[in-house]
Design a protein around this ligand. Structure first.
Ligand code: XMP
Length: 513
């Protein structure tokens, strides 16, 4: 499929969101690192370029800069946040540290009519996240919109197709942000809106088929949406050359293994189940540091897969390991194509050993959860599987703060079962993006009957999100929370206090570790 737009990545946590918003409006977009030579970018024949945000400051001497000749190509260009500041700095304007950093919502005051802002309401809410700001525009640039704190919210060159936005149109909090990106793509660059999930599915199946050839794939399956979609893609691409493997690492929820086995039986994809719980629990014994837990789990997974692959090699060498890595896992663990910051090592990305016997196959690496759900529907997977809440690879290990023991695993399992069942019973399960329990490793005093208790505290976590990159705590009804807390305290011996987590992401993350 021909590339319509290129996003140059300067390390923003939101770079992929830009590409994703453009996919939503049907525009096929690829991301390249900011240092990609101009001739390589031009060889892709894009109709326009977007410069992403990034954590650096343009006035630093080692600031990330693209090749200066890129600005001479006459291609339409849209700079977002750092991207706009880079544009301003490169054309002779001034960027400085802002007196006050600006994070959060602002209202866009439109200063003139312009195709970039067509269909955008005056005072529309946009989302700011910047510590630097443009002090003065370069010659021949003008402001299209301002906000209470930012005189240059949207800018344009008076004759060349160069544009800048100080806010982030790609995040959901910028209410009409997609409209602005759509205007840039369709009205200014003249892109075609021909990308859809069906095209993506057939492209990925063809890519897997071509890449794998006569080799074999070990497909790591967790029972979650992502790995099930990957298994289905692999199975559609190379059929029985796919070996789907589910590892019971001892950190699963109640009844999880049985559910996964049933799901794969229904899908008619053969599944190998490996019980490796003692290996994982032994390695994790006494380990309390979250990143260490994640790395241990990542390594143990690979070890188990390599062992299983050896066993299966009677049928032919297994060259590939397919896994359901998503974009949020990648961006928060390692920089994808640019220089973004590590937030936590997702087990399937940052937690992998440097040397592995496998070549990785990660067909969902650039997608977000809701896109994977749409892809799954396209592939014909059942709705109840597609609508399951995400369950992270490290499982309950990152929902028990501190060291993990059999007793604490048992407590979280029972409490989690009560919480999730209650959400189903109250028909609230599908109104939240993810819900789970966290054992806090904090004891507090209580009174039950006439006796003093000194037992564990459990946190209930439920969030609303669309892609997992940002999330808001779910406003579950108090009566519901009260009845769940009562049930847990009455039925799970060892828990005498239940709290509800009201932190959003950012500043928190969804999981506690
Ligand atoms: P955080 O906690 O980073 O989580 O806000 C965002 C989403 O990703 C899930 N998550 C993971 N999924 N492997 C996974 O497959 C992991 O290591 C991992 N860590 C977090 C998390 O449950 C949430 O849905």
């Amino acid at each position: 499929m021909a590339i319509e737009l290129i996003v140059l990545d300067f390390g923003s946590q939101y770079t992929q969101l830009i590409a994703r918003r453009l996919r939503e409006v049907g525009v096929y977009t690829e991301i390249y690192p900011y240092f990609t030579p101009t001739k390589d970018l031009l060889a892709k024949n894009p109709k326009g370029i977007i410069l992403s945000g990034g954590p650096a400051s343009v006035y630093d001497k080692d600031a990330y800069r693209c090749a200066p000749e890129l600005f001479e190509t006459n291609l339409p260009m849209l700079g977002i946040c750092y991207g706009m500041q880079l544009l301003v700095d490169s054309f002779g304007g001034q960027v400085r540290a802002a007196h006050r950093q600006e994070f959060g919502k602002a209202h866009l005051e439109l200063l003139e009519k312009h195709p970039l802002l067509e269909g955008v309401d005056n005072l529309s809410v946009v989302w700011m996240s910047h510590a630097d700001r443009v002090e003065s525009l370069p010659p021949n640039f003008k402001a299209l919109a301002k906000s209470a704190n930012t005189p240059f919210c949207a800018i344009a060159h008076t004759t060349k197709p160069l544009f800048g936005l100080q806010f982030h149109p790609e995040v959901v909090h910028s209410v009409q942000g997609t409209q602005i990106l759509k205007n840039f793509a369709l009205k200014i660059c003249g892109c075609k809106a021909t990308w859809d999930m069906q095209t993506f599915a057939s492209q990925e199946i063809a890519k897997i088929k071509e890449k794998v050839g006569t080799d074999r794939i070990l497909c790591a399956v967790s029972g979650g949406v992502d790995s099930s979609v990957v298994a289905s893609l692999c199975y559609k691409a190379v059929g029985a050359q796919t070996e789907a493997v589910f590892v019971d690492h001892g950190l699963l929820r109640l009844g999880e293994k049985e559910q996964v086995v049933k799901m794969f039986t229904d899908l008619k994809i053969p599944l190998h189940v490996v019980d490796a719980s003692s290996l994982f629990l032994e390695r994790l014994r006494g380990v309390s540091e979250p990143e260490e837990k994640r790395k241990i789990i990542g390594m143990a997974f690979i070890e188990v897969f390599e062992k299983k692959a050896k066993e299966l090699e009677k049928r032919g060498k297994i060259k590939y390991l397919a896994q359901g890595t998503l974009y949020p896992d990648v961006i928060e663990s390692v920089s994808v194509k640019g220089p973004s910051k590590v937030i936590k090592s997702h087990h399937n990305v940052g937690g992998l050993p440097e040397k592995m016997d496998f070549v990785l196959l990660e067909p969902l690496r650039e997608l977000f959860k809701d896109e994977v759900r749409a892809l799954g529907a396209q592939l014909g997977l059942p709705q109840d599987m597609l609508k399951r809440h995400p369950f992270p690879g490290p499982g309950l290990a990152i929902r028990i703060l501190g060291a993990i023991g059999y007793d604490s695993l048992e407590l979280v399992r029972l409490a989690d079962q009560i919480f999730i069942q209650a959400l189903h019973d109250a028909k609230l399960y599908h109104s939240v993006w993810q819900a789970f329990c966290v054992l806090l490793n904090v004891c507090s005093v209580g009174v039950m009957g006439d006796n003093r208790t000194y037992d564990n505290t459990l946190a209930l976590r439920a969030v609303c999100a669309s892609d997992g990159m940002s999330a808001h705590f779910a406003p579950l009804p108090f009566e519901f929370l009260e009845s769940v807390a009562n049930k847990i305290i009455n039925e799970v011996k060892g828990i005498n206090r239940v709290v509800y987590d009201i932190t959003s992401k950012p500043p928190g993350t969804i999981e506690w570790e």
